[in-house]
Design a protein around this ligand. Structure first.
Ligand code: ADP
Ligand code: MG
Length: 699
């Protein structure tokens, strides 16, 4: 079904496809550095977008500082001074100057800032002007100017690129300037004119110029819209093409009679919820059909996805097929294995666990039995389809936590000669409106109802004054034999500073607060194997309290953990908080989520309040979706789609909707993109989905 290579390139394009070495200032060494950033051609260079901008359009003079007003200044540190006020609070003062005057920048209770500032450093400071004995900036936002940036005093909107240490912002900006100056005029429009007009989009070359050196924030906004539109249009084109492609495939038609149904239900020790019944109806309808199932089962942690999956698995096995169940990690595979084994103990299903820990003799036997069909159900990590596992008759694949796998894995299966039904489970609550748009090629079933009999988690906001009380409460829970998670936000995995804070906190908690309890530590810089071993130690109750800097594995089942403490809760997104809270409340005991923090803005107060009011993941997701700006909700990499370079699916949702409508419209009129006006789009889709062309039936 593959694609004929793109038509011969136009001269302009071949200019853009020249090596970056054609740019002034780029020799072999520099070009290697750029290569590591994925930049090989001039076209790549121009498509390497800033991750941020610095607003240097409004720098003021210290002499213009008015008490009570906000000001942004660029100044040099004359002296730094740390002292203790009478109320025993630290005050850190940096006296700074520009050529017009001096002012003291003052921070309270942040003694560690002492190490950040050095006499002679250049800073940008932004804050409110006050006066005590002298002119002050009160707790200003600060940014230490890197050496190589002293030359941007002249202001403007300065792009900041995602770079490595091998090349500085200044060097990179210089090369970019060259590229834009000499080559932006070679950029050709890819969109048909009517789309440009209809959606009020900037021409592509103009957008590229503006994204790298915006004249105004307004112009920047328009440039971004245009580039976001392009990116999302291409994504949605792939969705549209793929959906029409899947419709042409043939899969297995399973039989699901009353006999099978009765049989399966005997194995389920409780009454299914209405939501579970609904999902099972949808799944069996898919399985009966001759088109392959490609369904996402969405439901909060604890909503009972597993048993729905088991139903599907049993249908496949009853029809004489094999099933594979994949989890993102070994520990989760083992957990699923144990759970499923319990459900199936009175059945004849022959099931095996296959992980990296499986010893090689046993593994060899297992592989052999999978190959000759003696095993009906295999549970393991994604190694199941990636490695050498050969199935005799694979009919169904269940994938837990889709974000680690992505839709793309389907291909691997097809390469093995199968067109099995695929059921993907996820506990990430995604607002309905958004998921329909995002997973254009998946059908969706939703479990929006919890099984009876579990007390909902109680959530409280714990302010500074209430901390001791909270610790006492935790002591009480631990004394009852329960376990506790304490999570610290780590904005970036590489953030050494926050990491240190968490490590220090773990020590403090161990020594000062819980001296007679065992406190474990889990952080993002541990190797995966170390992380898993800490997790399983916790699971085996070798720790009472687990301090962690990372989001604890989705789906990890520790019924004995009844308390989740989230430090600096205001720094987490709602969806993340909800995910974290899902780590507890898995047993019949009452569980508690304690959100430590002092939300300062109206919005963060509102967010935390939502958490204390509801446990419904969809409600939370919907609110989050409404409340939030750009950010952490979830990345696209999770979905196995190409990484989005400039779009944010939430922030840019309106554009996404438009792009989707346009893409589906185009595909309905021109299903194989053969029309001349769609050639550039077609080429772009092919470039973007390079190694995943099988997804798309054009050509
Ligand atoms: P999820 O995978 O969605 O997080 P699970 O499938 O692990 O949820 O189910 C959570 C718990 O609820 C399990 O202990 C399961 O046995 C139980 N459970 C599932 N469905 C029901 C139901 N309809 N009635 C009672 N308990 C249920
Ligand atoms: Mg589960």
């Amino acid at each position: 079904m593959l694609v004929t290579k793109s038509p011969t390139k136009t001269p302009s394009q071949s200019v853009l496809h020249q090596s970056v070495q054609f740019l002034k200032g780029v020799g072999p060494k520099r070009s290697e550095t750029l290569g590591r950033l994925g930049i090989h051609t001039i076209h790549d260079m121009l498509s390497y977008f800033p991750r941020d901008y610095k607003d240097r359009t409004r720098i003021q003079k210290i002499s213009e500082a008015k008490i009570g007003a906000e000001i942004t200044i660029h100044a040099r540190i004359l002296a730094v001074n740390n002292r203790m006020a009478r109320n025993r609070k630290y005050i850190l003062e940096a006296f700074v100057t520009d050529e017009t005057g001096t002012i003291a920048a003052t921070w309270f209770n942040q003694p560690f800032l002492m190490n950040k500032f050095h006499v002679g450093d250049n800073l940008f400071l932004h804050g409110k002007v006050g006066a005590y004995k002298y002119l002050q900036l009160l707790s200003p936002e600060y940014e230490v100017v890197q050496d190589d940036e002293t030359n941007i005093k002249d202001g403007g909107i300065i792009p900041v690129y995602p770079l490595t240490e091998r090349i500085s912002q200044t060097q990179f900006r210089k090369i970019m300037k060259e590229a834009v100056h000499h080559f932006a005029n070679h950029i050709e429009e890819i969109l048909p004119k009517e789309l440009l007009v209809k959606n009020h989009l900037l021409p592509l070359d103009k957008a590229i110029r503006e994204i790298h050196s915006p004249e105004t924030f307004d112009a920047l906004k328009r440039a971004k819209s245009r580039l976001v539109y392009d990116e999302l249009l291409i994504l949605e084109m792939a969705m549209a093409l793929r959906r029409s492609g899947i419709k042409e495939e043939t899969g297995i038609s399973f039989k699901v009679g009353t006999n099978v149904d009765t049989h399966i239900r005997k194995l389920i020790p409780f009454t299914l919820t209405n939501a579970q019944e609904g999902a099972i109806r949808e799944i069996t309808a898919d399985m009966r059909s001759s088109k392959p199932m490609n369904r996402l089962l969405q439901g909060d942690v604890g909503s009972g996805k597993t048993v729905v999956a088991i139903y599907a698995i049993l249908v496949a096995i009853a029809n004489g097929y094999q099933a594979a169940f994949m989890a993102p990690t070994e520990i989760l595979s083992e957990q699923h294995f144990q759970t499923i084994q319990k459900y199936l103990q009175h059945s004849h299903v022959r099931m095996h666990l296959l992980t990296g820990n499986t010893n090689s003799k046993f593994k060899k036997d297992t592989l052999e039995q999978i190959r000759n069909g003696q095993i009906d159900l295999v549970i393991g990590t994604h190694a199941l389809i990636e490695e050498t596992v050969q199935f005799k008759k694979l009919g169904l694949v269940v994938i837990d936590e889709q974000h680690k796998f992505g839709v793309i894995q389907r291909l691997k299966l097809k390469e093995k000669g199968f067109s099995p039904d695929v059921l993907i489970m996820t506990a990430t609550p995604i607002p309905r409106t958004l998921s329909i748009t995002l997973f254009g090629d998946l059908d969706i079933s939703i479990l929006d109802e919890m099984p009876p009999g579990r007390p909902p988690i109680k959530t409280f906001l714990v302010t500074k004054e209430k901390e001791q009380e909270a610790y006492k409460f935790i002591q009480g829970e631990v004394a009852k034999g329960r376990q506790v998670f304490i999570v610290y936000p780590l904005v970036e995995e590489s953030d050494v500073f926050d990491l240190k804070a968490a490590v220090t906190e773990a020590k403090r908690l161990q020594h000062n607060i819980f001296p007679d309890r065992k406190v474990g530590l889990l952080h993002g810089q541990m190797k995966p194997a170390e992380k898993e071993s800490v997790m399983s130690d916790f699971k085996e109750r070798r720790y009472d309290i687990l301090v962690s800097t990372i989001i604890i594995e989705v789906g990890i089942d520790i019924p004995n953990a009844t308390v989740m403490v989230v430090e600096h809760a205001e720094r987490f997104g709602l969806a993340q908080l909800h995910q974290l809270r899902g780590r507890i409340g898995r047993g019949s005991e009452q569980s508690y989520c304690l959100l430590f923090g002092n939300p300062k803005t109206q919005e963060s107060r509102e967010r935390l309040r939502i958490m204390t009011k509801t446990c419904d993941g969809f409600k939370i997701a919907e609110m989050d979706f409404k409340l939030r700006g750009p950010g952490e909700f979830f990345g696209t990499r999770q979905h196995g789609l190409p990484e989005l370079k400039i779009s944010d699916l939430i922030r840019d949702f309106p554009i996404l909707k438009q792009a989707r409508a346009d893409a589906f419209e185009i595909v309905s009129r021109d299903p194989h993109l053969t029309q001349i006006t769609h050639q550039k789009i077609r080429q772009k889709v092919l470039e973007t989905f390079k190694d995943r062309l099988e997804l798309i039936s054009i050509g």
